[in-house]
Design a binder for this molecule. Structure first.
Ligand code: CDT
Length: 321
């Protein structure tokens, strides 16, 4: 049996604060059509694909930004995307801000089937940035203010294989891929909004593209899974967001990559059986993993240097300053 599907990485260009939901959904539908025209079975949209990346702004009253959240999925504004996907017979992945009926806010992604049924929902586990107003920043990154973290990295059955989802900052953590990999994940879908400028350490800015691919390619290779990383890109409200959306094979190689920072779809044939090349050889977990040696990974959060190791800090050399 071959398990082959065509996947489209549907990168979005910027969404500005006042862009209306109807026009944004029309952009998504246009990308869905591009995917369908090249026979995609699955089209992957980015993180927070229905709004601008609003956590860049502080608001004293958190509910000022409630209009950026979806209280149901689908809802009347997003229904045309579900209808079109069903008509075209294309499955899709969509990131959005979720508000539950009891008032909890999450950075969420869903996977919808070719029939428009929601097959899976994922809430972002690793929330980056800060909780408080930090006006010194050129722009803020207040995900820890606007969202609560999700508590589960799980997989879903689709396309006769095992699919997983992660969102943006999750992709920088090897634990994300490994926890998915331990559940047999063969295809991880990851949307992102990554500002090119990182205010706490601007020396990282020139490395933004390198780091993006570094983490996803490593995650793919070390777990023998396909990874589809999809950006919301371009200049959003004065903030440059990284593009370079890509489809990465279990070998760690990039097989398709966007070249603009606008709405753009690239696609690739994804053979889920290729995962076995890695899962059953170098990364045969059953045979080679040593969980008894990795206990600190789940028992410990921060760094704990073992007693007896002296570390000299720069300040120690010249305590007078
Ligand atoms: N959206 C998101 O998670 N972006 C982060 C920015 C990190 S800097 C606070 C990312 O990891 O790309």
């Amino acid at each position: 049996m071959t398990r082959i599907l065509k996947v489209g990485a549907a990168q979005l260009g910027p969404i500005q604060r006042d862009d209306n939901r109807k026009e944004i959904v029309e952009r998504l539908i246009a990308l869905l059509h591009k995917g369908s025209a090249v026979s995609c079975d699955l089209v992957v949209f980015p993180e927070l694909a229905l709004t601008t990346f609003f956590p860049r702004w502080w608001s004293e009253d958190i509910s000022d930004f409630d209009h950026f959240f979806e209280t149901e999925m689908p809802n009347p504004e997003v229904q045309p995307l579900f209808d079109e996907a069903k008509k075209l017979g294309v499955s899709f992945h969509l990131g959005y801000a979720e508000m539950t009926s009891d008032g909890h806010r999450y950075n969420t992604a869903i996977l919808a089937s070719k029939n428009g049924d929601i097959l899976g929902k994922y809430r972002k586990v690793h929330l980056p940035g800060h909780e408080e107003n930090e006006p010194w920043r050129t722009f803020q990154h207040l995900e820890r203010y606007y969202f609560e973290p999700g508590n589960e990295l799980k997989v879903f059955g689709a396309f006769d294989g095992v699919l997983g989802m992660a969102i943006c900052n999750d992709r920088r953590w090897p634990e994300t891929y490994r926890v998915l990999g331990l559940q047999g994940c063969e295809l991880a879908l990851i949307g992102y909004n990554t500002p090119v400028h990182y205010p706490p350490d601007p020396s990282q800015d020139v490395l933004a593209g390198f780091h993006n691919h570094l983490v996803m390619q490593s995650g793919a290779y070390q777990n023998g899974m396909w990874v589809v990383g999809v950006a919301k890109a371009g200049n959003e409200e004065g903030c440059d967001l990284l593009g370079e959306s890509s489809i990465i094979a279990p070998s760690g190689e990039i097989v398709a990559q966007c070249s603009t920072v606008e709405d753009e779809l690239v696609s690739a044939v994804v053979d889920l059986d290729m995962c076995a090349n890695y899962k059953e050889t170098l990364f045969d977990f059953d045979r080679y993993r040593r969980p008894e040696v990795y206990k600190s990974i789940t028992s410990q959060v921060g760094v704990e240097i073992p007693e007896g190791i002296e570390v000299r800090k720069e300040d120690d050399e010249n305590p007078e300053g």
